[in-house]
Design a protein around this ligand. Sequence first.
Ligand SMILES: [Zn+2]
Length: 75
Amino acid sequence: MDEEADDDHFPDAKLYTRSLCMTCKGKNYSCYYCNGDGKNYIEASDKTIARWIVGVGEERRSDIMRCIKELDNEK
Ligand SMILES: [Zn+2]
């Protein structure tokens, strides 16, 4: 089996979040990075990911925790 084709286990996978564009902060938001909407994508920090999990609500959070346990058991 080709390990590289398995997206679920891709080692360099990253999560991104939208953030205020620092390149044109205080000016008109119109640079190459934010495309005029004033937001650009940055890699999500662990804290951002944790905040997102807390924000999705109890039911989905439980699902996520169950998925983590399942993945841990596969190791
Ligand atoms: Zn910008």
